[in-house]
Design a protein around this ligand. Structure first.
Ligand code: SF4
Ligand code: SF4
Length: 429
């Protein structure tokens, strides 16, 4: 394993061990290899030819939530997330990507039509195979133990995605472009709708990015840079030709992909780099857009004292941690929900999702997530709001395990409710 860029990145590590004190995974594993310092040491050994065992390097790199807590605490600004992703990509070049992953990332998620067809097939499979359970966040299906579910619940998939619910000419062009993302289009279309209606309340012309492929983050974090490029190429070209002034992302992980990770996927010298820079400069999170465009200032006064302290906010690692966008969502919530919003116990603790980590080691992912959600519930939170699709997926599942009366929502749903209160109507579903 030889990689000069990776060697330069790992070379910044002073082996001080600060990362161990904050690592989300260390309390679970109690092993040095779980933390950034252990991963860096193993990578260095592999690059120096001292320990060329690809399996152990792969295991160490895969066993990470990419929550970024280590990176933010590191006194040497070691780019741990970049190291882990780069290491995974190098190994993928050496040993390959499992066929099911390259089909999912490179063929299904890179194609809007194939993603919609996959959702329809999965929805039919759910109805035929899985038992239903009611939860505070709506109906879920429970995976039987025999199917490898380990108690996992999954949301009831809708018959129509958000984009399919738009009229043919609706939201076709505008100065603001809404990048809904796969999950808020196909799994929780009510979030896509709430984001659209509330962004429209800015009074600006709003387009919805209809022929969007996946942002490419699942492929990128799995080391499948070829599939990530397949997603990026179409997205960047179509966004550039639409020429929006602003691109709004309701999902913090999609935003991270466009603000930071794409610039590493298409670095300087690669033809798409200039397009990636152009798009990154115009990309913003949902709450910042609502504040800057005046939507929040126009919300009606929230009811005083109603359900005081029942709504909390979960900080998505990518959005609040890596991109530093935590205060904006709180400002939006204070205005939309008033006294009902209060700081939640453990707000900045990782939910344990970690994308493919949740599939690879559901038991550990669930232990971390249950701890997070239980802490919030014990502190009196009844509604957990957030702004990332992975966090919504994970915490709805965790709420079903811990306390089925707990609700998990996107902040856009609460803003849509506040707007509807001002207009005296219920939000459109
Ligand atoms: S905190 Fe940073 S410098 Fe210290 S061991 Fe961890 S990665 Fe290396
Ligand atoms: S990204 Fe998170 S899970 Fe991975 S090593 Fe850093 S703190 Fe631990």
């Amino acid at each position: 394993m030889k990689d000069e860029t990776l060697a330069a990145l790992t070379g910044l590590c002073a082996k001080c061990g600060t990362c161990r004190t904050v690592c989300t995974l260390y309390p679970e594993r109690k092993a040095e290899i779980a933390v950034a310092r252990g991963k860096v040491a193993l990578l260095e050994a592999a690059m120096n030819g001292e320990d060329p065992d690809a399996d152990s390097v792969q295991e160490a790199l895969t066993d990470c939530l990419l929550c970024g807590r280590c990176e933010r605490a590191c006194p040497n600004q070691v780019l741990v997330e970049e190291i882990v992703m780069k290491g995974r990509a190098d190994l993928a070049e050496e040993v390959g990507i499992p066929a099911w992953k390259s089909i999912l990332f490179g063929k299904v998620m890179a194609s809007p039509g194939a993603t919609a067809a996959a959702r329809k097939a999965a929805a039919a499979g759910e109805r035929l195979l899985l038992p239903k359970v009611p939860t505070g966040s709506g109906l879920h299906y429970r995976f039987p133990e025999g199917l490898g579910g380990k108690g996992r619940t999954v949301p009831e998939l809708p018959a129509r995605g958000f984009l399919e619910s738009l009229g043919r000419k609706e939201a076709a062009s505008g100065e603001v472009m809404l990048f809904v993302g796969c999950v808020f289009d196909h799994v929780f279309p009510q979030v896509g709708r709430a984001a659209y209606e509330t962004v429209k309340a800015s009074g600006k012309s709003v387009a919805v990015f209809r022929d969007a492929a996946c942002c490419g983050l699942p492929a990128m974090v799995s080391g499948d840079r070829r599939s990530a490029m397949a997603c990026a190429e179409g997205n960047l070209r179509r966004l550039r030709s639409a020429e929006p002034a602003t691109i709004v992302f309701p999902c913090g992980s999609c935003l991270l992909m466009f603000r930071r990770n794409l610039l590493s996927l298409v670095p300087q010298g690669v033809p798409l780099h200039e397009d990636a820079l152009w798009v990154a400069d115009r990309s913003t999170d949902y709450a910042s857009f609502l504040l800057a465009s005046g939507v929040v200032g126009r919300l009606p006064d929230p009811p005083a004292g109603e359900k005081a302290g029942e709504i909390g906010y979960h900080d998505p690692c990518h959005l609040s941690g890596t991109l530093g966008k935590g205060p904006e969502a709180r400002e939006v919530l204070r205005r939309a929900a008033g006294d009902a919003f209060a700081e939640m116990e453990g707000a900045d603790r990782c939910c344990g999702y970690g994308g493919t980590f949740n599939v690879r080691d559901y038991r550990t992912s669930a232990r971390i997530g249950e701890g997070k959600v239980s802490l919030a519930a014990r502190g009196g939170t009844k509604v957990i709001s957030t702004a990332c699709s992975g966090c919504v997926l994970q915490m709805r599942d965790m709420a079903a395990r811990v306390d089925p009366s707990l609700r998990v929502v996107h902040i856009a749903e609460l803003v849509a409710q506040a707007l509807a209160r001002g207009e005296g109507t219920a939000p459109r579903r």
